[in-house]
Design a protein around this ligand. Structure first.
Ligand SMILES: Nc1ncnc2c1ncn2[C@@H]1O[C@H](COP(=O)(O)OP(=O)(O)O)[C@@H](O)[C@H]1O
Ligand SMILES: [Mg+2]
Length: 474
């Protein structure tokens, strides 16, 4: 449907504006538009330019009015003309132009008469530098959101672990990773072998895995393979029938595997398992049945086996001290627990955790001097968390003052501190000797402190001070 201009005015103004005012109103709108507007006639000659156009493009109205756009482009006033494009294509055109460091979005629209001929071309110019700026900001804030989301996720994971675990301190990324993996594999029955030095918390991880598994309501049986004499280990693990050997309970006795039925069995110090028993254990893991010592029928069992060691099992396998097939069976998922000295971030939180625990247990009110915390962070902890825990309990119950300080450390630890001190003392002495030698030699060549200082690249006063300190004569 075609409208006459009068119709358009009617519909636009809803009859509220006097027709005689319309011209004024249109001019005001034209001039107060935030976007630049430029109008060219059907030949491409500029007939109207608003102030915003000049503000945005920096091109004055005199440079455009009465001039053909092709000329304006030729003169280099603008790099490209959307008007020319519109006149060629007879459709709306949009280009992005860079003018004086600004990015402009330029849209030209043809205006047709009732015969479909172009009457004029109206061009809108919008500064999109701000828009791009906003776009960048948006991009950056999206990135930040991503970072924060990740942090929240990390935090959530941490919370989850802490929520499920009373009495576990997990601060470092290293130990967090360990607990993550532990939780992941807690739900399945694959063999898990926990590796790590004594006292790093292997048993703590086993407890956690059992709690997190579907077997949590069933028993968790712990066996220290190194603590049970070899000749008793088999009957301990698998039980015995009555009359199996002299001195045996006349009723027979179920083994630890039977007691763990439905739950988890933890074979600690698995490296100490005698080789003949390793074969029997492998069979249990493959068949999920056991035979009591002196028994004739096998008993079905359903247990999850977690083992741990601080030995190098791989090396033992190479030396044939440990069965390769059993090693693979136990080690489907290895969990390596780093020693405390490799996750120093955990030390102070653990220290406070153990101090609080001891304080509560013994109705004490002990606190740490900051120096001793620093010592804790630097010490190597060969006994790992167990050593830290024992030390703190010992310090808390033996010191007289409420504040626990360096001087309260037991002698063996003080010694380790002193040996460190003497190391740094040695360094200082060595450096002084080197300085003494260099200065002496330079003084022999240069004769005066002024020239020697110059040769050494320091000020004369600095050299004199140094020589006094080093006990050198001038
Ligand atoms: N993450 C931890 N938070 C608090 N206490 C811990 C942690 N890990 C270990 N412990 C404590 O340290 C001691 C040694 O841990 P344990 O699991 O027996 O070590 P491992 O079995 O590796 O020798 C235990 O008293 C245990 O409660
Ligand atoms: Mg242990």
């Amino acid at each position: 449907m075609e409208y006459t201009n009068a119709d358009l005015f009617e519909s636009l103004m809803l009859g509220r504006v006097d027709k005689s005012d319309i011209e004024n109103i249109l001019v005001s709108i034209f001039q107060s538009s935030y976007d630049g507007i430029y109008v060219a006639d059907k030949h491409g000659v500029g007939i109207m330019v608003n102030v915003a156009y000049s503000r945005i493009t920096g091109v004055k109205s005199e440079e455009l009015l009465g001039k053909n756009m092709t000329t304006v482009v030729k003169e280099g006033i603008v790099s490209e003309s959307v008007t020319v494009k519109v006149l060629e294509k007879k459709t709306p055109q949009t280009i992005i132009q860079a003018v004086r460091g600004k990015e402009l979005l330029v849209t030209g629209n043809p205006v047709f008469d009732l015969n479909g001929e172009i009457v004029c071309v109206v061009t809108n110019v919008r500064d999109i530098s701000d828009l791009n700026h906003l776009k960048n900001e948006l991009y950056q804030s999206k990135k930040m959101t991503e970072i924060y989301m990740n942090e929240i996720e990390e935090f959530r994971k941490r919370e989850l672990i802490q929520m499920h675990l009373d009495g576990i301190v997990a601060q470092s990324q290293e130990i967090m990773k360990v607990f993550h993996l532990a939780r992941k594999v807690a739900k399945v029955d694959s063999g898990v072998l926990i590796l790590g030095e004594s006292g790093v918390g292997k048993e703590v991880i086993v407890n956690y895995m059992h709690q997190e598994s579907d077997r949590a309501a069933k028993p968790l049986i712990k066996v220290n393979c190194a603590a049970i004499p070899n000749h008793l280990l088999e009957s301990e693990l698998f039980g015995y029938e009555k009359g199996a050997f002299t001195g045996a309970n006349s009723q027979g006795k179920p083994g630890l595997f039977e007691l763990a039925n439905g739950g988890t069995i933890f074979l600690d110090e698995i490296g100490d398992m005698p080789i003949d028993l390793q074969v029997k254990l492998l069979r249990v893991l493959q068949e999920f049945e056991i035979m009591r010592v002196g028994g004739t029928k096998s008993i079905k069992i359903d247990v999850r086996v977690i083992s741990a060691t601080n030995m190098n099992l791989e090396e033992m396998v190479d030396k044939k001290d440990f069965r390769r097939d059993l090693y693979y069976r136990l080690n489907i998922v290895p969990i390596k627990v780093p020693p405390l000295r490799e996750r120093k971030v955990d030390i102070v939180p653990l220290a406070f955790y153990f101090l609080n625990k001891t304080n509560k247990k013994n109705h004490l009110n002990k606190r740490f001097h900051s120096e001793i915390l620093q010592f804790f962070e630097e010490y190597r902890w060969p006994g790992n968390i167990r050593e830290l825990e024992n030390l703190i309990e010992r310090l808390a119950v033996t010191t007289d003052q409420d504040e626990i300080s360096i001087k309260d450390l037991p002698p063996y630890l003080l010694k380790s501190k002193e040996s460190k001190k003497s190391d740094s003392g040695r360094l200082k002495e060595t450096l002084a000797n080197v300085e003494r030698k260099i200065i002496k030699e330079q003084m022999e060549v240069s004769k005066t402190t002024r020239r020697a200082a110059q040769a050494l690249g320091i000020s004369q006063s600095a050299l004199v001070k140094k020589m006094q300190k080093l006990g050198l004569s001038m």
